[in-house]
Write a protein that binds this ligand. Structure first.
Ligand SMILES: [Zn+2]
Length: 401
């Protein structure tokens, strides 16, 4: 693993662009390789409701220093990697910066640009410009993309991979379907005054990428955590383990979303898990290993650990440690296939969430599908990811590189 990945949680300065590019591609490559080496895609997912033996009651921070002498010292949020990962926004979620958070949200929730009624320069019907084409229209397209910061170099009128990448990025940032085809809709927005430039890419602290290849530091504790039950009424959601915390903005969005669900007749929601400390995640791993060893006396510890990692994220690699992930369930039943699950998958992007682990993307995310696990990424990113069917790894690779 490149040292830049391991060190990133401790860095306070911005990462150079080249490291971002490398880590973006490396994530996908490493996930692919690790899949070849493991068999976790073949294992059936364990749903939170059926894995109660693995589920531990949240440990209060106060008990961290005692239990088993691991001497975990939660650090204040000064090491918050939110945004530092991408070289921005490392202060937004720090205590005492609530004003900055509010300002950032205002920007974050700016609706997608309404295309200006101004017609495109061409008066004849617009043809779709795509890879392999060349000519004056392509050159004009490149000049505009360059002006908006999506392309470098001298426009040459040849629609190659670089132009295609620039079109994809432009489309993603402007809330269009990012297919790399410059059709009438894309050109209309591109030549309008509402076109967003590359530096207007929604970069928020909510886009932190955590997976098997990009673990969080064991001391990482997010700032701005709130007790979920103090933010969302128990009429709307049951919090399975009292005292469960999550990021404030994400929790508020969760409350708005579940209220909308209840208003449309879909209720009985439960939060089985949200923020977990590194140590709590380690405890889930340990409990699972113990269970495997108890049920399979002939197994080695290594084998039990390997089996555990098929379904339980190693400590540091769970995005529950960010405070931005929730396990949404229905009390007493398996979540997959319920009307609540269907509603959640259909609507969560409207509130800034994505279903983080799907069967389709498991080779990219490195985790098997979890229908109950949603992740807050912010409204614009959620909509772009959903519109383009991108997982967070893809969003980071396409848009934040
Ligand atoms: Zn989860």
């Amino acid at each position: 693993m490149p040292s830049s990945m391991k060190k990133r949680n401790k860095q306070k300065s911005s990462l150079p662009l080249i490291q971002l590019l490398l880590s973006g591609s490396a994530v996908l490559a490493l996930v692919g390789i690790s899949l070849l080496l493991t068999n976790f895609v073949q294992v059936n997912p364990i749903e939170p409701e059926s894995s109660s033996s693995v589920q531990s009651t949240p440990i209060s921070p106060a008990s961290d220093s005692t239990a088993d002498g691991l001497a975990l010292t939660p650090t204040p949020a000064v090491n918050a990697p939110f945004g530092v990962q991408y070289g921005f926004g490392d202060h937004y979620l720090l205590p005492g910066n609530s004003t900055a958070v509010a300002e950032e949200e205002t920007i974050l929730f700016t609706p997608n640009p309404t295309p200006s009624p101004t017609p495109t320069p061409t008066s004849t019907p617009v043809k779709t410009l795509k890879k392999g084409m060349d000519g004056e229209e392509v050159k004009a397209l490149q000049e505009k993309l360059k002006l908006l910061g999506y392309m470098e170099g001298t426009p040459d009128g040849i629609f190659g991979s670089q132009t295609e990448d620039a079109v994809v990025m432009f489309q993603a940032v402007n809330g269009l379907i990012a297919d790399g085809l410059a059709g009438s809709k894309t050109l209309e927005v591109l030549y309008s005054t509402a076109a967003l430039s590359a530096d207007q890419i929604p970069k928020t602290d909510f886009l932190i990428l955590v997976n098997r290849d990009l673990p969080l530091d064991s001391n990482y504790v997010p700032s701005d955590l709130v007790d979920i039950s103090k933010v969302i009424s128990s009429d709307i959601v049951k919090v399975k383990y009292s005292g469960t915390k999550a990021n404030r903005t994400a929790t508020e969005a969760l409350g708005t979303m579940l209220q909308a669900a209840v208003n449309s007749g879909i209720g009985k929601w439960q939060i089985s898990s949200a923020y977990r400390t590194y140590k709590e995640q380690q405890k889930l791993v340990d409990n699972s290993v113990s269970t495997y060893l108890r049920n399979n006396p002939d197994w080695s510890r290594k084998r039990a650990l390997s089996a555990t990692y098929n379904t339980v994220a190693p400590a540091g690699t769970s995005e529950h440690q960010t405070g931005l992930a929730f396990d949404v369930t229905v009390p007493g039943v398996s979540f997959t296939g319920t009307e609540q699950q269907k509603w959640l998958h259909q609507h969560c992007h409207e509130y800034g969430f994505v279903v983080r682990f799907t069967k389709e993307k498991q080779e990219l995310t490195g985790f098997i599908a979890e229908s109950w696990h949603i992740r807050y990424v912010g409204l614009e990113a959620a909509q772009i990811m959903t519109k383009n069917n991108w997982c967070l790894e893809e969003y980071v690779q396409y848009v934040l590189k």
